[in-house]
Design a protein around this ligand. Structure first.
Ligand code: FPP
Ligand code: MG
Length: 365
């Protein structure tokens, strides 16, 4: 497959921070075009539903991670210095990004969109990114089938790649995130759910897609054929673990925003998790550490949760420093994620990945 670097660096040189920002911007526009083409339908009512997905488009976190992981892994000397491939790595730098990076980035964004469309049905949500959800506009039936359409298109697009590796990993990720969602459904209204179970759900429903985005981005730069080399295979795994930790931290922050965020800023209905019987990290920590009397009061609050109970729940969580506990867990995960990439040679792509990791836990939307 041919390479179309949006802004070719001179042979052997690597982009600086400013160049990475514009490289990323141009790459993301290409991802959007690939996304739109892959979902195109000849039927106007279907095309209108597809067009509505544009209102769901957010920070493009997953495509950005594919691109930046690809660029960071392409930096000369990224696998261990003793790797027999380190000299080969120099030949990667000039081409920077391939069409496969763009395809994988679009696939990850499409799967993310499909999960959001389905998730809003499960959560009975009527607002996403300040706009109406598909289920609110067209009903649950259309939203379920639109999610299926987008997921099928993503899988089809993935199958256009020359290697089967990406399709295998994406198929596995689809199963993993559905299993995470099913586990969450299984534990709805379970007021004894523990932290390991919460982490299992979150790793699967959110972490898995972010992990595979980082892994596949790096793999495309390393070249699938060379992944049999221990140094390169280890490097791809490190990017995967980086994404997994980042993904879990992202969901903890998402769950914190549900409790403490400002709806106008976040752009979706808040205080919904407790109402739907979904216990998140601060609540799980609180119930495990509160005095029996306080625990009893909180359980009563949760049994009959509504908008009026939100303030009382926050007071209860404060009494056991449970919001701080969840913030601390998210920050620790981000630190662990960054440590995994610490040994990579310095590059603007690595610096941007590190900055993005910090933003995951400092964001307000
Ligand atoms: C967000 O949770 C939900 C997910 C990260 C995963 C949802 C997955 C499914 C519904 C399975 C469907 C799968 C496919 C392949 C189509 P949240 O409700 O906490 O996030 P939110 O606050 O953004 O709504
Ligand atoms: Mg939701």
């Amino acid at each position: 497959m041919s390479s179309h670097p949006p802004r070719p660096a001179a042979s052997g040189t690597l982009p600086d921070l400013g160049e990475i920002a514009s490289l990323l911007e141009v790459a993301l526009r290409r991802v959007e075009t690939t996304f739109d083409r892959a979902l195109q339908s000849d039927l106007p009512p279907v095309q209108r539903l597809v067009a509505h997905l544009e209102t769901y488009r957010g920070k493009m976190l997953r495509p950005s991670l594919v691109i930046l992981s690809g660029l960071a892994a392409a930096t000369p000397g990224s696998s261990s210095p003793s790797s027999p491939n380190s000299s080969l790595r120099h030949s990667i730098a000039p081409s920077l990004l391939s069409d496969a990076h763009i395809t994988i980035a679009a696939v990850c964004e499409m799967i993310h969109m499909a999960t959001l469309v389905h998730d809003d049905v499960l959560d009975e949500a009527d607002i996403r990114r300040q706009g109406a959800t598909v289920n609110r506009l067209r009903g649950n039936e259309a939203a379920v089938v639109l999610g299926d359409y987008v997921f099928s298109a993503a899988y089809r697009l993935c199958a256009t790649l020359p290697s089967q590796q990406a399709a295998l990993l994406i198929g596995q990720t689809g199963m993993t995130l559905c299993a995470g969602e099913l586990l969450q459904l299984h534990h709805r209204e379970n007021f004894s759910i523990d932290e390991p179970t919460y982490f299992e759900i979150v790793k699967r429903k959110t972490g898995s897609l972010i992990a595979v985005a980082c892994k596949l981005g790096a793999m495309q730069s390393l070249g699938v054929a060379r992944l049999s080399e221990p140094g390169d295979s280890h490097l791809a795994d490190r990017f995967e673990q980086f994404g997994l930790k980042l993904g879990v931290a992202f969901q903890i922050q998402d769950d914190l925003l549900d409790l403490t965020g400002d709806q106008g800023v976040v752009g979706k209905p808040l205080r919904k998790d407790a109402e739907l019987g979904k216990l998140t990290l601060p609540v799980i920590h609180h119930l495990a550490t509160a005095t029996p009397q306080r625990r009893g009061q909180t359980l009563q609050l949760l049994e009959d949760f509504g908008p009026a109970a939100a303030k009382k729940l926050l007071e209860a969580l404060d009494s056991t420093r449970s919001i701080d506990h969840a913030h601390g867990a998210a920050r620790e995960l981000v630190a662990g994620a960054k440590a995994l990439l610490k040994d990579l040679p310095e590059s603007a792509a690595k610096a941007t990945l590190m900055a993005m990791a910090d933003q995951v836990v400092s964001r307000a939307s």
